[in-house]
Structure formats: structure tokens, C-alpha cells
Write a protein that binds this ligand. Structure first.
Ligand code: NAI
Ligand code: 15L
Length: 269
């Protein structure tokens, strides 16, 4: 497969989409942006809801690959998740099949495995093939997305890297994030590796930096050529002084998904 150049970035108005639309062009990509919210400063950006199958197909036409970030990124009533994340992701894959796009990078989430107990002490890192244990309807929709990706590979030969992103924000803001943080530059490195690695079929990876306090195994990401450069440890002193160490007796500290297992943040609109 020739290296993709023109890439559709869905969810481009969101937090991660904004970070990636600023960082990925340095890798040589020509981005086409899509979101249901308008994107200021890019008159070519597509304003469309994933529910609009025709608009999604038109947006996909002519691109080499898709980075699919759009959707509800927190917990929400099942009916909303069904529309945006389950049907919406199906529309993206159908558009890819109809328009001959051969590579997708899917923004999965750690919340697909959020009810997995986090490693403590000398426990081994969580492997990528650990059983799915979604912590929310949101996490459940990411499990569906990973299965959809597998199906479109097996049935239609569309390759996907599903990235179970930890927390991709400019800085870690909690003690949990010291373990699951992915710096934005490492996020761009991982998406670039996911777009360019050969013969990925459907590969599932965790998305984080090379954190000293890492909870999961990054080897499937490294096998794509991803070489993380950052480590959250420089933030550890300040965050632990402010918040204290994680408490194993606190349910919100005991699982990979953190507070999503007990009091998930709710999608605001
Ligand atoms: P965000 O909530 O800031 O952005 C999501 C974007 O998707 C928004 O701009 C929203 O308008 C758009 N969107 C929602 N429903 C849509 C629809 N039906 N049609 C078109 N656009 C729609 O979320 P964020 O943080 O940027 O996350 C992006 C993706 O990465 C999401 O799929 C999220 O689940 C995933 N992810 C993000 C993590 C992070 O640390 N930021 C961690 C794990 C997963
Ligand atoms: C996610 O999946 C969310 O989209 C993001 O907003 C963060 O909350 C992240 O997980 C996390 O686990 O910190």
C-alpha cells in the first residue's frame, strides 16, 4: 500500500481533533476535516453529522485513509451512543467500502477494557488481548467499533488500527493520568505509525506515552513503528502532592477506567 497522503479526520473540531489537525500536517498529510460543529479557519471543512450517510460518503470520496475520531467521547444514554458511535461508525466503514478507502485508524478507548483491575505492585502490564470489560455504554460502543473494524477487514479487506487511547491532553491532570497519558506529540507519532505500517489487518493497540507508571503493554503499538518520546513522570511530584497516591480501596482508583466505572462524566449535548 502506498503511504496515505490525503486523510479524512472526523471529529476535527474536538479536543483531540484540534490537537491532531495542528500536528499531523508536519508528517506530510493533507487533511480533510469533518465535524458536526463548524470549524473556523478552514472553509473546506465538512460540517456534517455522521448520521447523514450520503454526506459521510461524499466526505470520504478520494481520500487515502480515515482517522475516525468523531462521536460521543463520554458517557451518554444508550440511544445517543447508538446513533453517534454505533451507527455513525458503521456509516464511516460503509463509506470507506463504497469509496475504496483501504485504511482506517479508529479512536477506541481504554474504556473498552475499563473494568479491568489496574496493575498494582509487581503485577504484569495489561496485555492487548485482555478480555473486553467495558465500563460504560460509551466503552461498549468502542468494543463494537473494534469488532466492526475486524469485520470490515475479514469481509472487505479494509485495514484498521484500533487505538485504545488512554488520556490525550496537553498535560496529565490526575494521578491516574500519570499511567494512561498520551502526550499530543506522541499521539501524532502513533497515528502516523498507524497510517503507514504495512499489513496491519486489524491491529489493536494501547495509546499512551512511555510513562514510568504505565499500566498496559505498548508492544503492539511499537510493532507498528511507534516510538513514544514522552513520559508523564515529570508531572508526578506536583500531582501526587495535590491529590495523593491512588487508593486501592477506592473503586474509582481500582480499575483501568478510573472514575468512569463509578461516576462517569456525562456527554453535555
Ligand atoms: P471531543 O468530545 O472533544 O470531540 C468529539 C468530536 O466529535 C466533537 O467535535 C463533536 O462535535 C464530534 N461529533 C460527535 N458526534 C458527532 C456526530 N454524530 N457527527 C459528527 N461529529 C460528531 O472528544 P475528543 O477528546 O477529541 O476525542 C476524540 C475521539 O477519541 C473520540 O472518539 C473519543 O472517544 C476518543 N478518545 C479520546 C480520548 C482522549 O483522551 N481525548 C481517550 C480515549 C478515546
Ligand atoms: C476517554 O475515552 C475520553 O474520551 C476522554 O475524555 C478521557 O476521559 C479518557 O477516556 C480517560 O480515560 O481519561
Amino acid at each position: 500500500m502506498p503511504a496515505p497522503r490525503t486523510v479524512l479526520l472526523t471529529g476535527a473540531a474536538g479536543g483531540l481533533g484540534t490537537l491532531m489537525r495542528n500536528l499531523l500536517p508536519a508528517f506530510g498529510y493533507d487533511l480533510r476535516l469533518l465535524d458536526m460543529r463548524p470549524i473556523e479557519g478552514d472553509p473546506d471543512a465538512v460540517t456534517a453529522d455522521l448520521a447523514d450517510q450520503d454526506a459521510v460518503r461524499e466526505a470520504v470520496r478520494g481520500v487515502d485513509a480515515i482517522i475516525h475520531l468523531a462521536g460521543i467521547s463520554l458517557e451518554a444514554p444508550f440511544e445517543k451512543i447508538l446513533k453517534a458511535n454505533i451507527e455513525g461508525t458503521y456509516h464511516v466503514y460503509e463509506a470507506a467500502r463504497q469509496e475504496g478507502v483501504r485504511r482506517v485508524v479508529f479512536a477506541s478507548s481504554n474504556h473498552a477494557v475499563g473494568f479491568t483491575p489496574r496493575p498494582q505492585g509487581d503485577d504484569p502490564l495489561i496485555p492487548i488481548d485482555t478480555p473486553r470489560r467495558p465500563d460504560t455504554f460509551y466503552g461498549l460502543s468502542k468494543c463494537f467499533g473494534e469488532d466492526l473494524a475486524q469485520f470490515y477487514w475479514d469481509k472487505h479487506g479494509i485495514e484498521t488500527v484500533s487505538v485504545r487511547i488512554g488520556s490525550c491532553f496537553p498535560e496529565p491532570t490526575s494521578v491516574r493520568m500519570l499511567s494512561v497519558w498520551m502526550s499530543p506529540p506522541d499521539g501524532a507519532r502513533l497515528f502516523h505509525a498507524a497510517l503507514t505500517a504495512e499489513n496491519v489487518g486489524h491491529t489493536v493497540v494501547y495509546g499512551s506515552s512511555a510513562n514510568t507508571r504505565l499500566w498496559w503493554d505498548l508492544s503492539s503499538a511499537r510493532a507498528l513503528g511507534y516510538e513514544p518520546q514522552d513520559d508523564s513522570e515529570e508531572y508526578a511530584g506536583k500531582l501526587i502532592a495535590e491529590q495523593g497516591e491512588l487508593d486501592p480501596e477506592n473503586v474509582a482508583h481500582a480499575f483501568l477506567g478510573g472514575h468512569f466505572v463509578s461516576e462517569p462524566p456525562v456527554w453535555p449535548y
